[in-house]
Ligand binder design. Structure first.
Ligand code: PLP
Length: 286
């Protein structure tokens, strides 16, 4: 595929970054993942607003406007002729002659972007969707600024790997007995028809899909609540979902080897699935 690196479009295999880049040496950078449906950027303003918050969070000033970021993304969509895709956009603090923790006085950031295909709109959920996924819970060993979408994902990788080695698909992260999110998605539960998700804090990423689902639920008169979810409450939930831009809404049907609900995707999930897909179809119709 064709990628973008510092102003150039080139085959991804040829996109090379110096070993002295602070992204490589320190994990000093931030990123975004932006979905594309019907060749159009989905929730683009929200993704770029979060990117700007992440950049501010690591104190890396950038001059790019919304239009500049859109141009990079549109070039990738066109060059790779993709209609349904996700764009990965990463910015690091750049490469300097020496490895030095101090921030450079005049940073020259590295901007990299690539695109990968996403599946077509599915009007009806697949058997795999309905079956849901299996998760474990584990103590959140990440840092105290999980609201920044930093590229420093070692803890997330370790926590995800822990799930795979337990024969599960993902890990719900718990701090002091409270569940916040999963390794690359936000957490929702459903109780008595109410959709519940933890409030925004430094312990979770302000998910664009999280925000979108809260809005979508409101549009359809489904009650929502933002409050802390104690770990023990997960087992009492009628439904558990994990959400992200690429996974959309993923039902969780097993938690630490205990069945959630009746072991398949629940009715509120199904409703929200339909609303989500309908919205995507509308994008195709223009
Ligand atoms: N939480 C974490 C830790 C993530 O990495 C992600 C996205 O990859 C999310 C939540 C979901 O965010 P979004 O809905 O913006 O994709």
């Amino acid at each position: 595929s064709i990628a973008y690196l510092n102003g150039q479009l080139l085959p991804i295999e040829e996109a090379k970054v110096p070993a002295l880049d602070r992204g490589f040496l320190f994990g000093d950078g931030v990123y975004e993942v932006i979905p594309v449906y019907a060749g159009r950027l989905f929730r683009f303003k929200q993704h770029i607003a979060r990117l700007e918050n992440s950049l501010q969070g690591i104190r890396l000033p950038m001059e790019q406007t919304l239009q500049d970021w859109a141009n990079i993304c549109h070039q990738l969509i066109e060059q790779n002729s993709l209609n349904n895709a996700s764009i990965y956009l990463q910015i690091t603090r750049g490469a300097y002659p020496e490895r030095n923790h101090d921030f450079p006085a005049n940073p020259s950031p590295t901007i990299f972007a690539m695109i990968t295909a996403l599946p077509e709109v599915q009007a009806v959920p697949s058997d795999r969707d309905l079956q849901g996924i299996s998760v474990i819970t584990a103590e959140d060993i990440r840092w105290q600024r999980c609201d920044i979408k930093a590229i420093t994902l070692l803890a997330n990788c370790m926590l995800k790997q822990q799930a795979l080695e337990c024969g599960a698909n993902d890990t719900i992260l718990v701090r002091g007995g409270v569940a916040f999110e999963a390794t690359s998605s936000n957490l929702f539960i459903v109780r008595d028809g109410v959709i519940i998700t933890p409030p925004l804090s430094e312990h979770l990423l302000p998910g664009i899909t999280r925000d979108f689902l809260l809005w979508l639920a409101e549009q359809h008169g489904i009650l929502t609540e933002q409050r802390l979810i104690p770990e023990h409450e997960l087992l009492q939930a009628d439904e558990i979902w994990l959400t992200s831009s690429t996974k959309e809404i993923r039902p969780v049907t097993r938690l630490n080897d205990v069945t959630i609900g009746n072991g398949t995707a629940g009715p509120v999930w199904r409703q929200m699935y339909d609303h989500y897909q309908q919205l995507k179809v509308q994008l195709y119709r223009g």
